[in-house]
Design a protein around this ligand. Structure first.
Ligand code: H79
Length: 444
């Protein structure tokens, strides 16, 4: 009986350590080329491609099992983002407090959004280059939307980045196989990787991006590539080195070949980890559970309140947040994405100092009513659930002395008292900001 009890107890202890407070990770140094990025915390993702005009998301070719011929002739060749307005997008991003923008230069469907000159990226007939400029009616406009966006970003002081998919559903070297692709031959694999690098060099030299955001690396394998698992750790490492050789400061995500510790940051997708990770990270997130424009998902968007709270949660764990918009096929922003961004802008206007340059909570325990972020000796207290009695008990930061307490959400000073490990605040019975009220506790 005793042994059974001891056994049960040991299970409870193990389970307890897994399911109770999140593990505290060791502090890591942010590499110098990542400093601006880790400081800025908040960026905009843009998914735009031929799929956008179809309105069923960026995976439609795969999900609906559309052949290359049909996809290219019926979807890609009609893509015309004539209402793409870089200035407007950048203005929304800037007002929302976003400090960098990453746009899909090439998604899994393979349509290059720039005027690529790399020979092998042709349509199924092998005659026309599969690019926005050379394959679609938009080409006649002579516009370069990536350059328009880059220039608008530059003007607004926003960093510019590009997304690139390693696998390519429309390239002649590959065919769709399950969710991913299968290589035609080992020679095709070799040639494709070379051409992909040529496209990346084009992108890097033409647009001088500060971030290269990879994806579509799932056909990965540690070594010994096959036709199905044709991307290896060595390929990922080589790609990373190659990009750095073109521009040493470029920030590259881990999906050059994920799960091997390559790249500069990890990227949880549509999820926030329970605690800080062991190196810099960024959660990429959608507003309506779709990346590329999806008509059916326009009905429901998350509230700006839940987006703001997620941003705060991310920063309270040392992360970055990359929030997506999926413009329509004509390039225009959807009205509801504008509404969400406006809501975020409203909160950021007063409260952004608790985000920029802020790091994770200095405390192990996350309070039931909110979150903490910190900047030097300033602790930001984020209140989501307002105390009914108007009293807030906040954890005291180490052994420092409180100098003053200000609510940055309304600019007012607040009275406080300290008792042991607690700072007590009288905050009144009405929430200052129902999205997230921020008290800044200045220590000395
Ligand atoms: O670009 C966005 C996604 O298209 C890409 N990453 C973000 C940034 C991504 N591709 N795949 N995945 C993420 C995960 C794969 C999900 C899948 Fe499915 C589940 C593929 C097939 C089943 C989701 C549901 C996509 C199609 C159906």
């Amino acid at each position: 009986m005793k042994r059974i009890m001891a056994f049960l107890l040991s299970i409870m202890i193990v389970a307890g350590s897994v399911f109770s407070t999140p593990a505290v990770t060791k502090a890591y140094q942010v590499p110098s080329n990542l400093k601006w990025w880790a400081n800025d915390r908040f960026g905009m993702f843009i998914h735009l491609g031929a799929y956008s005009s179809y309105g069923k998301g960026e995976w439609i070719m795969n999900v609906d099992k559309i052949s290359k011929k049909k996809y290219q002739e019926e979807i890609a060749s009609k893509f015309n983002p004539k209402n793409f307005n870089a200035k407007e997008i950048v203005s929304y991003a800037k007002k929302a407090g976003m400090k960098y923008i990453v746009i899909t230069a090439k998604h899994h469907e393979g349509l290059a959004l720039w005027d690529t000159k790399v020979e092998s990226f042709k349509d199924y007939t092998g005659t026309k280059t599969f690019s926005l400029q050379q394959y679609t009616p938009f080409g006649a406009s002579g516009r370069d939307i990536l350059m328009e966006l880059k220039n608008a970003c530059k003007k607004a002081g926003i960093h510019f980045g590009l997304y690139y998919s390693i696998l390519d559903w429309n390239h002649s070297s590959q065919t769709i196989s399950g969710d991913f692709t299968k290589m035609r031959s080992m020679e095709a694999r070799k040639a494709y990787i070379q051409d992909m690098k040529a496209q990346l060099k084009e992108l890097m030299t033409t647009y001088d991006p500060e971030i290269m955001w990879f994806d579509g690396d799932w056909t990965l394998r540690k070594s010994n590539p096959t036709l199905e698992k044709w991307w290896t750790k060595a390929d990922g490492k080589d790609l990373y080195r190659y990009l750095k050789s073109i521009k040493s400061s470029v920030i590259v995500n881990e999906r050059v070949c994920r799960n091997f510790g390559i790249g500069d940051f990890e990227c949880p997708e549509q999820t926030v980890p329970a605690a800080d990770l062991t190196r810099p990270w960024e959660t990429c997130q959608t507003m309506n559970n779709s990346w590329g424009y999806t008509k059916a998902n326009e009905k429901w968007y998350r509230s700006s309140k839940s987006i703001v709270r997620e941003l705060v949660d991310v920063v309270s764990k040392n992360g970055n947040y990359l929030l997506n918009i999926g413009p329509k096929g004509d390039g225009s922003m959807t009205p509801k994405s504008k509404t969400v961004l406006k809501g975020v802008a409203k909160w950021m206007k007063k409260n952004s100092e608790s985000i920029y340059g802020a790091v994770k909570s200095p405390f192990k325990k996350t309070p039931s009513w909110g979150k903490y972020t910190r900047k030097g000796k300033m602790v930001y207290v984020h209140v989501n659930k307002w105390p009914k009695n108007g009293k807030l008990a906040v954890t005291r930061y180490k052994k420092y002395k409180v100098k003053k307490v200000t609510c940055i959400s309304n600019g007012k000073k607040y009275k406080y008292s300290t008792k042991g490990k607690t700072v007590k605040l009288k905050v009144g019975k009405k929430a200052v900001n129902t999205v997230d009220t921020v008290f800044a506790i200045q220590y000395q």
